[in-house]
Ligand binder design. Structure first.
Ligand SMILES: [Zn+2]
Length: 414
C-alpha cells in the first residue's frame, strides 16, 4: 500500500480536468445515441475518436454485421447497428488491459428524455450521463494519466466502444470476445451503484420471442374453423411464468405481448417476448428443457404452431479467484485514495458478463456514481468523475509500474 501511495502524485493532474470533463459530458449527453439511432451513434463515434485521439493510439472504426430480429408482428427483420470504435496502444507490452464502454443509450430520438439539466452544483441529470457517457470520460482520463506517466508503454491497452450494449451487445459480442482473448484483465465503465458500491457477481440473461400461429376465421359465421393464436399465446405465457419460484435464482419475466386485431376475427398470430435470468450456469439446461416441453405441448394442439427464438446471450458472471484478486487490488487502490471500495452481487447484466464468459477477469462498474438509470431521472454525482478517474488511473499505474502484481491475473479465469 505504501508502494501505491508513492504513485499518488501522478494523479494530481486529474483534479485540473474537472471543468473540462463536465463540459464534455454535457456535450456528449446532448447527442442522442439511442441504440437504433445510427446517425447519432456515428456522431458519438466521431466525437470519441477525436477525444481519444489525445492518447496517440491506433484507432479504427468497425462496421458491425446487421442482425436478424423477430419484429413485433413475428416477422424476421434485419436491423443495423451503429459503428464500433476500437483503439489500442503498446500491443507488445507484456501486460494488457481491455477497457470497454458503450456509446448507446436506451433513449431513442422519440423518447421524452433528451435534455441535460444541472440539478445542483454536484448533480447533473440527462440521458446517458451515468450510463455510460460519464464512464467514457473516466476511462479517457485514466488512460491519459497512464500515458503521461513514466510507465507508459509498460501496459498495453485496447479500448472497445460498442454501439449496442443496451440491446445485449448482439452485434459486438464477437468483437468483445476476440479482444478479451488478447488481454490479461478487463475494466468496463458501467456506472457504480448510487452508494458507490461496485457490482460483483452478475446473473446471466436470455431474451426469447415466441411466435404463435393459429387460423383466422369469421368470429360469427365460422368460429369453429378458427384456431385462436391469442389463446395459445396466453397459455404459453402462463406456463412460462409458472417457471418462477421453481429454482433459486431463476426468474422469468414475460414483458411483451402483441397480436390479434378486429374482435370479429379469430386471431391467427401472436407474439410473446420474455426475459430469463439465472445465477447458476447449470440452470440454463433446466430452463431450456422446460421451454422445450411447453413448446411441444402448444405445438401438439390442432391448428396451432409455435416457434421459439432467442438464447442466453449473457452467461452468469461468477467471481472466481482471478476476479477476486483484481477486486482486491482495486480495494487496495481505493484505500490508498481514502475510498472504501465494496461490491455486491446483482441481477443486472452488462459486457462484464461477456468478458467473463470469454475467460477474462474484469471489474465492470469502473464508471461514475449515479442513479435513476434507464429512466427520465438518470443523474450523475459529478465529483465521481474525478474520484473514479483517480481510482482507475491508480490501478493502471500500479500495474504498469509493477507495484500491483499483474501476473496474478495471467492464465485468465480459473
Ligand atoms: Zn450501461
Amino acid at each position: 500500500m505504501a508502494e501505491l501511495k508513492a504513485l499518488a502524485s501522478y494523479l494530481d493532474w486529474l483534479e485540473s480536468q474537472y471543468d473540462e470533463m463536465v463540459a464534455k459530458l454535457v456535450y456528449l449527453a446532448g447527442i442522442n445515441s439511442g441504440s437504433y439511432n445510427i446517425a447519432g451513434l456515428e456522431r458519438m463515434a466521431a466525437e470519441l475518436n477525436h477525444l481519444f485521439g489525445v492518447l496517440g493510439g491506433q484507432a479504427h472504426r468497425v462496421a458491425l454485421e446487421p442482425a436478424t430480429r423477430i419484429d413485433d408482428d413475428g416477422e424476421p427483420r434485419l436491423y443495423e447497428f451503429g459503428p464500433l470504435l476500437h483503439l489500442s496502444k503498446h500491443p507488445n507490452a507484456s501486460l494488457r488491459v481491455l477497457l470497454v464502454g458503450h456509446m448507446d443509450t436506451v433513449f431513442g430520438t422519440e423518447h421524452a428524455f433528451q435534455r441535460v439539466e444541472r440539478l445542483s452544483p454536484t448533480q447533473l441529470k440527462g440521458p446517458g450521463v451515468a450510463d455510460l457517457k460519464g464512464g467514457l470520460l473516466v476511462m479517457l482520463k485514466a488512460l491519459e494519466c497512464l500515458e503521461r506517466s513514466p510507465w507508459a508503454g509498460r501496459l498495453g491497452w485496447e479500448v472497445v466502444l460498442n454501439p449496442d450494449e443496451e440491446l445485449g451487445s448482439p452485434g459486438s459480442a464477437a468483437h468483445l470476445r476476440a479482444a478479451a482473448g488478447r488481454s490479461d484483465f478487463g475494466l468496463v465503465y458501467e456506472p457504480a451503484m448510487a452508494d458507490g458500491a461496485l457490482a460483483g457477481a452478475r446473473k446471466g440473461s436470455g431474451n426469447f420471442t415466441a411466435v404463435v400461429y393459429g387460423r383466422a376465421a369469421h368470429a360469427g359465421r365460422a368460429h369453429h374453423l378458427g384456431r385462436n393464436a391469442l389463446r395459445a399465446a396466453a397459455d404459453f405465457l402462463v406456463a412460462v411464468d409458472e417457471l418462477n419460484g421453481r429454482r433459486p435464482g431463476v426468474t422469468v419475466n414475460p414483458g411483451f405481448v402483441h397480436g390479434g386485431g378486429p374482435v370479429n376475427v379469430v386471431p391467427d398470430r401472436a407474439v410473446v417476448r420474455f426475459n430469463i435470468r439465472l445465477s447458476d450456469p447449470a440452470d440454463e439446461a433446466w430452463v431450456l428443457g422446460c421451454l422445450a416441453a411447453i413448446d411441444r405441448e402448444i405445438n401438439a394442439r390442432d391448428g396451432i404452431t409455435l416457434s421459439l427464438h432467442g438464447d442466453f446471450g449473457r452467461k452468469p458472471k461468477i467471481l472466481d479467484a482471478a476476479h477476486r484478486r483484481l477486486f482486491d487490488w482495486l480495494r487496495c487502490c481505493g484505500r490508498t485514495l481514502g475510498l472504501d471500495i465494496t461490491w455486491r452481487d446483482t441481477g443486472g447484466c452488462c459486457d462484464g458478463n461477456n468478458l467473463s464468459a470469454a475467460g477474462l477477469p474484469n471489474i465492470d462498474t469502473m464508471g461514475v456514481i449515479g442513479g435513476g438509470l434507464h429512466s427520465v431521472d438518470e443523474y450523475i454525482e459529478l465529483p465521481s468523475l474525478i474520484e473514479r478517474s483517480r481510482l482507475s488511473a491508480l490501478l493502471l499505474l500500479g500495474l504498469a509500474s509493477g507495484r500491483c502484481d499483474g501476473g496474478a491475473f495471467r492464465g485468465k479465469s480459473s
